[in-house]
Design a protein around this ligand. Structure first.
Ligand code: NAD
Length: 519
């Protein structure tokens, strides 16, 4: 375990090279191209959730350090925005190659700090890598429009220009993918960036920053500051920052959305979820049950696209027994161990909260048909493990249904018809994603048209769109109007400018004060 901690730590550039004997290394900030040790007097431990080993500690960046990161980004902006788009893209081409080269190291860091299995950690990196690949085509993505001769001798065209300094605030559950949703798109559009990784697992973001520098990103284009609420508030308040990308909980997201947009900033805020699956009695039994188990318990339920509620329609209700059987076969262990299906949840507090919500379900009348609360994992007795848990006969008024659990807990509900199932989902405040499992095209089409969720799966459990589309959560799962990555992502990080030009060699027609028209 100790060896694992040592191997997975970031390079000495990104972390304190010579920590006091026995003390964990302090993660550095990245300011103006330099990995610098913070002068902070408060730090937060980064803890391996399978062992409680302190892997490193992040500083609560001081206000002065924060300002110097923003100034570094501001200083780097004029030269970077004037760097040819082809040169900016070429850095992304190189970055994707380096991410592939270091995929295993990145995955090991994620498993150590976040807990998910190595294979799942590779998926985390890969889904971010795809955004970098997409950013390689930024010239085409950022193209403006041109209409010739809107009036005699007059043309109008639009240009997408970078905003300036942008910032990103990340959650713990995808330590590589989510930073990669943000800075590659922003910087390839010509912006400079200040990133705040999650205080719980900053390692992957630091490695990615090192790779971005190795790929040729100039000093100051990407900066990293560590911290928690104080740093986030500094990001919201700083007038030099023009746009904020946030992914995380509703509490933080709505706070950031309100505080930063009142200062005139653009904000895109991806937040919590309660993703439902409707199981129609005509669905293919085996494939549906496998999908429910994978999407309900994968990553220990700590995905914003986890399926946390299954709504069984009519005769599909008895499938629950087989679902329980399959969930029981999953192996709970440290993410580093071969053959593990579910790793630990992120923290002791997260485990306590999950267990409390399970108990509240029981107390309000749900049946606990699979209980993962008391699991003990040999050799990892201190880990924050929760085994697969299934609560049956859940109803919409229960706290375990109203709140996002964010753990390996699947809630089962019942409906008599597709209409009733759709109504249940539409009444839920979240709108990240929803799926239907059916062999009926008519049911699938009805679901697609009537469901109020931003990302819809048809016989697919986790519909996270690839980067040529956007991540389109809706209702309480998103605040803002331009989503992450895809065309909307490019629009978010650019300001559109419309130019009308007149080049003609005609005799003067004198002065007219009437509104110009093309009649
Ligand atoms: P979190 O909100 O606790 O933390 C996210 C970030 O916000 C961190 O960087 C943290 O330092 C900061 N933060 C936390 N509380 C804050 C506060 N009160 N004020 C200001 N800043 C604050 O979220 P988390 O626990 O790291 O991540 C899990 C949550 O993220 C879940 O709700 C999950 O659904 C959501 N999530 C959503 C998506 C999506 O795309 N919709 C993707 C991943 C995760």
């Amino acid at each position: 375990i100790a060896a694992l901690g040592a191997v997975s730590r970031m390079s000495t550039a990104a972390a304190d090279a010579s920590p006091a004997r026995g003390s964990p290394p302090a993660v550095r900030n990245l300011i103006g191209g330099e990995f610098v040790e913070s002068r902070a007097d408060s730090f937060v431990d980064v803890v391996n959730p399978a062992t409680q080993e302190v892997v490193s500690r992040i500083p609560l960046t001081t206000d002065e350090e924060f300002k110097s990161a923003v100034h570094a980004a501001k200083r780097a902006f004029p030269a970077w925005r004037n760097t040819p788009i082809t040169a900016r893209q070429r850095i992304m081409f190189k970055l994707q190659e380096l991410i592939r080269r270091d995929m295993d190291k990145l995955a090991l860091s994620i498993t150590t700090e976040q807990g998910k299995t190595l294979k799942d950690a590779q998926g985390d990196v890969f889904r971010g890598l795809e955004v970098v690949e997409h950013a390689c085509g930024m010239a085409t993505l950022q193209m403006g429009e041109f209409v010739s001769n809107v009036s005699h001798g007059i043309d109008t065209y639009s240009i997408r220009e970078p905003l300036g300094v942008c910032a990103g605030i990340c959650p713990f559950n995808f330590p590589a993918m989510i930073p990669l949703w943000m800075f590659p798109v922003a910087v390839t559009c010509g912006n400079t960036f200040v990133l705040k990784p999650s205080e719980k697992d900053p390692g992957a973001a630091m490695m990615l920053a090192e790779l971005a520098m190795e790929a040729g990103l100039p000093d100051g284009v990407l900066n990293i500051v560590h911290g928690t609420t104080g740093t986030v508030n500094n990001i919201c308040d700083d007038d030099n920052i023009k746009a904020i990308s946030f992914v995380g909980s509703n509490t933080a997201g709505m706070h950031i959305y309100g505080r930063a947009s009142s200062k005139g900033k653009r904000v895109q805020s991806n937040m919590g979820a309660k993703n439902h699956a409707i199981i129609m009695p005509d669905a293919s039994v085996d494939a549906t049950l496998n999908a429910l188990v994978a999407a309900g318990f994968g990553a220990a339920g700590q995905r914003c696209m986890a399926l946390s509620t299954a709504v069984f329609v009519g005769d599909s209700k008895p499938w629950e027994d087989e679902l329980i059987k399959r969930a029981k076969t999953l192996k709970v262990n440290a993410g580093i161990e071969p053959g593990t299906d579910l790793g630990p949840v992120i923290s002791r507090q997260a485990k306590e909260r999950i267990c409390r919500l399970i108990q509240s379900g029981v107390d309000s009348g749900a049946r606990l048909v699979l209980d993962g609360r008391n699991i003990v994992v040999p050799s990892y007795e201190d880990g924050n493990f929760v085994g697969p848990t299934i609560l049956s006969d859940v109803t919409a008024n229960m706290k375990c249904y109203e709140e996002e659990i964010f753990g390996p807990v699947l809630l089962c509900m019942q409906a008599d018809s597709l209409e009733e199932a759709i109504k249940i989902i539409n009444e839920n405040k979240y709108g990240n994603g929803a799926s239907i499992f059916t062999t009926s095209g008519a049911s699938a089409r009805k679901f697609q048209n009537e469901i109020e969720a931003g990302q819809v799966g048809i016989n697919v459990p986790i519909p996270v769109p690839l980067p040529f589309f956007s991540f389109t959560g809706s209702k309480a799962s998103f605040a803002g109007d331009l989503n992450f990555y895809g065309k909307a992502g490019v629009q978010f990080y650019t300001q559109i400018k419309t130019v009308t030009q007149q080049w003609k060699d005609l005799p003067s027609q004198g002065v007219s004060l009437a509104m110009p028209t093309s009649q």
